[in-house]
Design a protein around this ligand. Structure first.
Ligand code: UDX
Length: 433
């Protein structure tokens, strides 16, 4: 099938490359010429395991261009995979989606299916279809379908090729059949719903996961107060298959491009209908407070950080990605800097992105040993494997004052008993030196 994809971010590019892997002819469109040049030379503009290999392998079926006209013309399916960033009021900014819809209407000469892959508020697909139909050449049959993505950064290729489910929102049988045919070689169950339900599946899924994390974080905070251990508690909960044993890791809060944005967008949408989503509101509030957990703990040791040498391990919102969006490091590091801390930071792939913001006042290290050397406290914001591999003796031998505040529960607390290291984590009892 001939397919065009508007937007080459995590969603658009991964979708395009995976469709090419299954034999489709795909043209990826972006406004950024630099990105296009990179992709043409076989380089992925985003860090995503396995993506570049598939770009090279399927080179013959993949094109990259800024020329949307040639890309959309003649395509049987056009995906909209552009960003829907959060606006100041928490609602989703749909201007990029509508812009692409207008461009499609302006250029299309044959019947085609337009698929909205971007995460969009309920009812947006209807608006995209109206917009296109109002502006397209007379007599053309353009149908719009919702097809949300469920990929996680760091495992996006696997999550697309072996998706948990493919949800197609359309009331039009011909459209459903075209998209079923397009996805026939994908290893995933296909669910056909109406467009608004498909849009809602995406928000309801992401918001449920965000809620699950905030719930666990609240229980974790209580565990600290009552002398329980969140790891044992979640292990005990996870045996119940109705709860499941995944996504129960306590920490300093969720980040990334989806959960923070999608919780706020659904909350905003409910408000628009004069309704309050109380659970989602709570999930957002809990997460905002959770990001300050380590700083609050740190105040026990240092009233002020003036001239305190601080080691930061991990900058990205989770391991396996160079993405910093809504990462806890972004709220904590400015607070530490403001308070006079001297920061050394390490991250295997997030430093370049972080440097764009704080280049001057942080020492970036390319290994953990240098980061920890002669520091007075260590903050762990991301559970990179290299961090998990550390031993209490590493902190003890390298740091001037071995105080470790672990925001991702990378270690068992028992490892630190009698280690001469002070170790605090989330939802578990502190171990004092
Ligand atoms: C998420 C959804 O998982 C994915 O299905 C959706 O399509 C996009 O949003 P992603 O943002 O890539 O994917 O990351 P994810 O692995 O879900 O983690 C999000 C955040 O939650 C991270 O900051 C992570 O550290 C945090 N998290 C996750 C926890 O704090 N505890 C957990 O148990 C799981």
């Amino acid at each position: 099938m001939k397919i065009a994809i508007a937007g080459t971010g995590y969603v658009g590019l991964v979708t395009g490359v995976c469709l090419a892997e299954h034999g489709h002819e795909v043209t990826c469109v972006d406004v950024d010429e630099e990105k296009i040049r990179l992709m043409e030379s076989g380089v992925s503009p985003i860090y995503e395991p396995g993506l570049e290999e598939l770009m090279v392998k399927n080179k013959a079926r993949l094109k990259y261009t800024t020329d949307y006209k040639s890309a959309y013309r003649g395509s049987q399916v056009i995906f909209i995979g552009v960003g829907t960033p959060e606006k100041k009021d928490g609602s989703a900014n749909l201007s990029y989606v509508y812009r692409v819809a207008e461009q499609i209407a302006e250029i299309i000469e044959y019947d085609c299916v337009v698929v909205v892959k971007s995460t969009v508020p309920i009812g947006t697909n209807d608006k995209v279809e109206s917009l296109i139909r109002a502006n397209v050449k007379e007599g053309l049959q353009i149908n719009v379908a919702s097809n949300p993505e469920f990929l996680s950064q760091g495992t996006a290729v696997k999550d697309t090729l072996h998706a948990s489910r493919i949800v197609i929102g359309t009331e039009n049988e011909i459209t459903a059949n075209i998209l079923k045919e397009m996805y026939k070689d994908f290893d995933a169950p296909i669910l056909i719903t109406n467009r608004r339900s498909a849009e809602m599946v995406k928000y309801a899924s992401n918001d449920f996961l965000a809620l699950k994390i905030s719930y666990v974080n609240e229980i974790a905070n209580l565990c600290e107060m009552v002398g329980a251990d969140i790891d044992d508690v979640t292990e005990g909960m996870g045996f119940d298959s109705r709860i499941g044993n995944k996504f129960l890791n306590a920490g300093i809060g969720y980040g990334g491009s989806c959960f923070p944005k999608d919780t706020k967008a659904l909350h905003w949408l409910a408000n628009f209908y004069d309704h309050e989503l109380k659970t989602i509101k709570a999930a957002i509030e809990v997460n905002e407070n959770q990001k300050f957990k380590l700083i609050k703990k740190a105040k026990k040791y240092y009233e002020s950080f003036e001239n305190i040498n601080v080691a930061v391990l991990g900058l990205t919102f989770k391991p396996g990605t160079d993405d910093l969006r809504e990462a806890p490091s972004l709220v904590n590091i400015p607070l530490l800097l403001e308070d006079g801390a001297k920061i050394k930071a390490w991250d295997p792939i997030g430093i370049n992105n972080f440097k764009k913001m704080y280049i001057d006042n942080i020492t970036y290290c390319d290994n953990i040993e240098d980061t920890l050397a002669d520091t007075d406290i260590c903050f762990i914001f991301t559970e990179w494997e290299e961090v998990r591999q550390l031993k209490p003796t590493d902190f003890k031998n390298l740091m001037r004052k071995p105080i470790v505040l672990d925001g991702r529960n990378c270690f068992k607390t028992s490892e630190f008993i009698c280690s001469n290291v002070t170790y605090e984590s989330i939802g578990r009892q502190a171990v004092y030196k």
